[in-house]
Design a binder for this molecule. Sequence first.
Ligand code: ATP
Ligand code: MG
Length: 510
Amino acid sequence: MVSRVNTVAFQGVEAVIIDVQVMIAPGKMGMSIVGLPDKAVAESRERVQAALHASGLSMPPKKVTVNLAPADLPKEGSHYDLPIAVCLMAALGALPGDALQSYVVLGELSLDGTISAVAGVLPAAIGANRQDKGLICPHACGPEAAWAGAEIDILAPRSLIALANHFRGTQVLSRPEPVMRQRADDLPDLADIKGQETAKRALEVAAAGNHNLLLIGPPGSGKSMLAQRLPSILPPLSPRELLDVSMIASIAGELAGGKLSDRRPFRAPHHSASMAAMVGGGFRARPGEVSLAHNGVLFLDEFPEFTPQVLDSLRQPLETGDCMIARANHRVSYPAQIQLVAAMNPCRCGMAGEPGHRCARGPRCQSDYQARISGPLLDRIDLRIDVPAVSASDLIRPSQAERSHVVAERVARARAIQKRRYETLGLPNVSTNAHCSAALIEQIAAPDAGGAALLKDASEQMKFSARAYHRILKVARTLADLDGAEKVGRLHLAEAISYRMSGERTMSTA
Ligand SMILES: Nc1ncnc2c1ncn2[C@@H]1O[C@H](COP(=O)(O)OP(=O)(O)OP(=O)(O)O)[C@@H](O)[C@H]1O
Ligand SMILES: [Mg+2]
C-alpha cells in the first residue's frame, strides 16, 4: 500500500505542490529516495531513520521506497525530512493517513526527532492556503506561517512525538500567532549630519519619490552617513508590500524567529559581491541582494569598486522591477523593485574637484575611475549630488539640523499624494512617481509654459536621452508633490534638472 502526503518545492517565491509517496514492500531491508533529489534530500534518509528510532518507531525489515512526484522537477533542500517521516509514520500506522491529506508538510529533522526551522515557510503556507489545505511546519516557523491567513489550520510541533500526540488527541497543539518584530527606534538620525543641506534635500526628494540617488564627494564628507540615514525617513511598508518582502526573506531563510517587520529593507552588500550574490542564482537559485532589497533600498557604497559586470547586471532589474535567473535546470523570477543609492569618490585619490587640489595622476585619475561605471547605468540614476567636504564652520557650529521624524512626515505626505493619484488613475500597483510609466508621467507632470520652455532648452543643450527626459519629469513631479502643488512649475523643473546636471558636470570634468 502507498501512503501519501503533500509538501512543496520552490520556484522563485512560488510554492509548487509535491506529492510524497512511501511504499513498504517485501524485499531487501533499506530505504531509497527517487524523484530527482539533491544531496540534502538524499541525506534525509539518514535523518529520518534516526529521528524515527529516537521517537520509538523502528523501521520495518522491508524495502522502503520514497517517491517525490512530479519526478522531473528537481527537489532541493532539507525541508523534505518531515514529510517523508510523516508519510512513513502513516504507513506504519503511527499517524492517521486520512487526516494528513488535508495538510502540506515541511520541516527538517534532527537525529533526536525534534523538528528544526527551514526556509520558505511563508510561501509554503500561502501555497497550501491556495489549495485549501492546512500546514504542518517546525515550531520555530509557526508565527511566520500564521501570516498567510487567519483561516489556515497550522500545526507547528516541536517534535515528531508532539505531532503524533496531537493526532492521538492526548496533547493538542494550539495555533501559532503571527508575530511582528518590535520596532526599535535605533535608526541613526539625520540630525547627526552637519552641513550638507543640498545632499539632505536630495535624500528627502529621493525618499519621497523612490528615486535612485548617487552621492559623489571626497573621503569623509558624510556620503555613507547620509545613505545610512535614508531608512529613518522612509515610510513603513504597506501590508501588501510587507507580505511580498517577507516572502523573499523567507525563501532566503532570513526571517529571524519567524517575525516580520514593516521596516523597508536596506541592503548594503560589500563591493566584493559576486554576480550571483547580487542578482541571485547559484545554489538553489536563491534571491540576490537586488531582490532582498525589493520595496526598499539597495545601497552600493564605493560604487566604482564593484566589478563592472556586477554593476551592469543591475540594469535590467532597475528597468523592469524584477530579476529573471535563467540556468540550465532553473528559470525563476524574483521581484526586484528597488531604490538604488550609491556613493563614490570622484577619483581614486578621492579629491578631484576640491579647491586647490591636483590629482597626482592628472586628469586620468578621475576619468579612469569613473569609467568603471557604464553610461547606461548612470542614465538610470535620477539624482546625482555633489557632497563637498564639510566646512570647518559647519563642523564647529552646534548642529541645529532637522531631525529625521520631521523629514519623514513630509516624505509620508508626498507619498500619500502619489498613492492617491495612482489609485484614482486605476493603477493600484504603482505607488511612487519613480515607478510610473513614461507615457503617464508626460500627462501627470505636464509642466506650465515656463517649465516647458526650460525643459526644452535644457534637453537641447544637454542632449538628454529619452530616459533622462522622463526621469527629470518624474523628479519634478515629486518636487511638486512635496510642495503640495497640483501642477509642475518652472522651479520644480529647474531643481530636477540641476540634480541631473550636477552628475553630468562631475562626470565630465575629467
Ligand atoms: N557632515 C558631517 N557631519 C558630521 N560628521 C561627519 C560629516 N561628514 C563626515 N563626518 C564624520 O566622518 C566620518 C566618516 O564619514 P562617512 O563614512 O560618511 O564618509 P564618506 O563620505 O562615506 O567617506 P568615504 O568616501 O571615505 O567612504 C563619520 O563617521 C563622521 O564621524
Ligand atoms: Mg563612505
